[in-house]
Design a protein around this ligand. Sequence first.
Ligand code: CA
Length: 233
Amino acid sequence: MAKRILIVEDEEQLSSLVADYLHADGFETEIRADGRSGLEAALAGGFDLVLLDVMLPLMDGFEVCRALRAESDLPVLMLTALREDGDKIRALGLGADDYVTKPFSPAELVARIRSHLARYDRLTGRAEGASERWVRDGELEVNQASRRVRRDGSEVALTAKEFELLLLFMRNADRVFAKDEIYERLWGEEHYGESSTVAVHIRRLREKIEDDPSNPRRIETVWGMGYRWKAGL
Ligand code: CA
């Protein structure tokens, strides 16, 4: 089945150019020209990935990304004209999976989209035969169907929440998660001063999967922002 891409971009020339490239590559697309209707379309479902411009009428791309992330894991690629690193970090901190700086080559954009879709399918178990599959991430292997984890080939016993935390990170490599967001994702509630709960789970998970938990390589602390998963080689 063709993958469906939602393009949220107010520059008509650019959105139709991108749509043409995607159609030529076998994708289906839908275009929204402002942030509010883009968010509505994304939340209504039926898409495999969102291409999201930053500067948009009614609601900017950062706001759309934040609102979407409160509800959904849908891969988001931000299209940004902003060259400052601070804005890129902001995009990733709000839950975008990646960003592409304008002007970009459409061929490169399509390649990035393909790679994100493949990764998402693999980690959400939507790829064919996924139930027997062990997904490898460096020295770690995870089987989502049986909820088992191996590290360098040896079984690691994780609690249910530790497993969910690991999956959340692995599905979102390089993305910065604030403690509040982790809490909401894992416990499904608003955050009421529960960041210590998250810190405790992070510490326990590090003790089980890191070579040196006091000098973590996989779950990085991003000072003042939260945590970020570094994908293994
Ligand atoms: Ca724009």
